[in-house]
Design a protein around this ligand. Structure first.
Ligand code: ADP
Length: 416
């Protein structure tokens, strides 16, 4: 069965769009987070520096209260450079290798506000306040802090790049995982549309050619063209059956939604037997039921109507692909430790070994069946497969041409 996905391009585009929008979303969040982190570290760093400057100021003012402000006894932190001015003239400074005895610029009135600046290669944080006739200027070299902030800045950029790569990979894997079922459904739909149009083309062309034949020969009566009309009718019936089967496939949703209940499997099998026995008699076929449980009660938990639907598809096929005098049997077997087995066997036309791998594919019909003009659409077994998967069972087939077929349903015992 072909798997030609004409619309994969559309799906790839959707994938790319979802991937990009997710990535952009995640990345904008990460950039905002990094900016916040950087400014947080920056404010913590400055707050630490400012606190020591503020403490130094309080200390110096305190010393001025206790004695001579222009002659402080000691400063709290040797990293602080203190300059004291009286009437604009420098009176005291702590020795340092940044400014030394050159009083730094103090013309700007900061009025207790902090400012940062850079002179040459060095960074400083400064604050000055007035106390009586004095103006106290405290400067602190913050090269270490600024370097630390630069390092944090570079680390965050590095982190951003690595995180971008990691999120790229994770987002790609997650998107692939999340889209897998959607992609499978999408591909199924595409295949389904391709298969349907392909399958409908043949009967429609047959009907068209037969009708054209009728139009071209109006002199003939209906009885003259009865073969053509019959063929067109057969093809109409095929289309009709196909449409009906396709409709039931569009209700895949209802196939997928399961409704588990506990019921007696023996009852279900006997019900089915009862509903087919009359048909078997009419068709002159032998329908038998074999209950290997030796009991009338076998309670199991699964979706009863889906299991029934599945058995009906297999029984319908068994009748369709057998001839007068053939045997069809329904067998229930519990000999396996972990599973119940249900067989629908027939002694009908059988399936060729080369066709066996394809019988559960949508629209597959063996050449023999097509040649014998047995009505069908090739959809039944694909629905059966879907049904079995949804009730967590396994559906398989053994068959030989001319000997018959055996379809087996395995229902796990633990699956309640
Ligand atoms: P349909 O019966 O409408 O053609 P299905 O999907 O039910 O479609 O079956 C697919 C094909 O598998 C059939 O066309 C037929 O070739 C083969 N097949 C299914 N069941 C049997 C059976 N019991 N015996 C022989 N061949 C079968």
């Amino acid at each position: 069965m072909k798997k030609n996905n004409i619309n994969t391009g559309v799906f790839q585009k959707t994938k790319k769009r979802i991937f990009l929008s997710n990535m952009i979303g995640i990345y904008i969040f990460m950039v905002i987070f990094c900016i916040f982190l950087y400014f947080y570290f920056r404010s913590v760093t400055y707050r630490g520096v400012d606190d020591t400057i503020r403490l130094e100021l309080t200390n110096i003012i305190q010393m001025g209260v206790d004695g001579d402000l222009a002659n402080p006894k000691e400063i709290l932190s040797t990293q602080n450079m203190v300059y004291i001015y009286k009437d604009g003239i420098g009176k005291y400074y702590t020795n340092n290798h940044y400014f030394g005895s050159n009083y730094p610029d103090h013309s700007e009135e900061l009025h207790g506000k902090f400012k940062s600046y850079k002179i040459g290669q060095h960074f400083f944080r400064e604050m000055n306040v007035s106390s009586g006739d004095y103006m106290i200027q405290i400067i602190r070299n913050i090269d270490g802090e600024i370097n630390a902030l630069y390092q944090i800045f570079y680390i965050l950029i590095g982190f951003g790049i690595v995180a971008l790569l990691i999120t790229l990979i994770i987002a790609f894997i997650l998107m692939k995982k999340a889209l897998e079922p959607i992609e499978a459904t999408w591909n199924n739909q595409v295949n389904f549309i391709q298969d349907t149009s392909h399958e409908l083309r043949t009967p429609v062309s047959v009907i068209q050619s037969k009708l054209e034949g009728l139009l071209r020969t109006p002199e003939y009566s209906i009885s003259d063209r009865v073969d053509d009309i019959a063929l067109a009718m057969t093809e109409t019936r095929r289309i009709n059956k196909m449409i009906k089967d396709m409709l039931s496939l569009t209700k895949e949703d209802s196939i997928i939604r399961i409704n588990v209940s506990e019921f007696n499997l023996v009852d279900l099998m006997e019900d089915l037997y009862e509903s087919y026995i009359e048909f078997a008699e009419i068709e002159e076929k032998f329908l038998t039921i074999e209950n290997k449980t030796n009991s009338d009660i076998l309670n199991i938990s699964t979706d009863k109507s889906k299991l029934r639907q599945l058995l009906v598809i297999l029984l319908d096929n068994a009748f369709k692909y057998t001839e007068k005098g053939d045997e069809i049997s329904i067998i229930l077997d519990i000999s396996q430790r972990d599973r119940y087995l249900i067989y629908i066997n027939d002694t009908g036309i059988g399936i060729a070994p080369e066709d066996l791998p394809y019988v559960f594919d949508r629209f597959f019909r063996s050449d023999k069946v097509r040649a014998q003009d047995i009505e069908g659409s090739g959809i039944g077994l694909s629905i059966a497969k879907l049904l079995s998967q949804n009730i967590s069972s396994e559906l398989s087939v053994c068959s030989d041409l001319g000997t018959g077929s055996s379809f087996k349903i395995e229902i796990p015992k633990s699956k309640k």
